[in-house]
Ligand binder design. Structure first.
Ligand SMILES: N[C@@H](CCC(=O)N[C@@H](CS)C(=O)NCC(=O)O)C(=O)O
Length: 217
């Protein structure tokens, strides 16, 4: 199985966590920013050129939530990241969608806006993204009260999405002290060996972070 990815990318980390949870063997096809050959390979697999993409037995699998579910079906290990019970799975998918749509998306907006030329910056969009993060942090803080993981009793797909989204969101729009449940959850995620490993994989690339990586985590 081949994973087209870059270790510093938040969505790639979501899948790396799932792979590391089960020690699933894979070959990394590194998508370095200046590697045109790798980028052309990605474009053939997925013309929208979003990473990561998994290629398994000649089949390209796209979209991280689907990739994590695919791994559970075709390369299962001892850690089931989506439970078999469809009702329990629904709670997990709901939180996975929350993290991707309302934490990852506004976080990416802030990052991508910062690399635009000054005259092309989208002030209104950035303000809306910050507002969305504030509301999402507040909702998540209430939701995480009394919870260890994002949904259900065990680490799941939802936490694979929660880890990199909150990791980078806190860098671009700090999670205030008032949101103690979110901050504690982020610390638990950082202590999870699979995510700790993904963070270490990515550490050498911190200088690439357009807004400047903080000296922590
Ligand atoms: N919905 C996609 C999002 C993937 C995504 O946005 N990946 C980013 C990297 S974190 C990317 O490829 N960005 C390149 C670009 O926007 O051109 C998924 O879950 O796989």
């Amino acid at each position: 199985m081949k994973l087209y990815a870059h270790p510093f990318s938040s969505y790639c980390q979501k899948v790396l966590i799932a792979l590391y949870e089960n020690d699933t063997p894979f070959e990394l096809r590194m998508l370095a920013p200046d590697d045109e050959k790798a980028s052309a390979e990605l474009e053939v697999l997925w013309p929208l050129k979003r990473m990561p993409v998994v290629v398994d037995e000649g089949r390209a699998v796209i979209e991280t939530s689907v990739i994590v579910e695919y791994l559970g079906l075709y390369h299962p290990g001892s850690v089931a990241l989506v439970p078999e019970d469809p009702r329990a799975a629904l709670d997990i998918r709901m939180m996975d969608r929350f993290f991707d749509n309302y934490i990852m998306t506004p976080m990416q907006k802030l990052v991508f806006d910062s690399i635009r030329a000054a005259e092309d910056r989208d002030r209104q969009g950035v303000g809306e993204a910050r507002g969305m993060l504030d509301t999402a942090y507040r909702w998540l803080d209430d939701t995480m009260a009394g919870r260890e993981w994002a949904a259900g009793d065990a680490f799941s797909l939802a936490d694979c999405a929660g880890a990199p989204s909150l990791f980078y969101a806190d860098w671009v729009h700090p999670i205030g002290e008032a949101f103690s449940n979110v901050r504690a959850y982020r610390r638990r995620l950082l202590a999870r060996p699979s995510f700790a490993r993904a963070v270490e994989d990515a550490r050498p690339y911190r200088s690439l972070f357009p807004l400047g990586a903080p000296d922590r985590d």
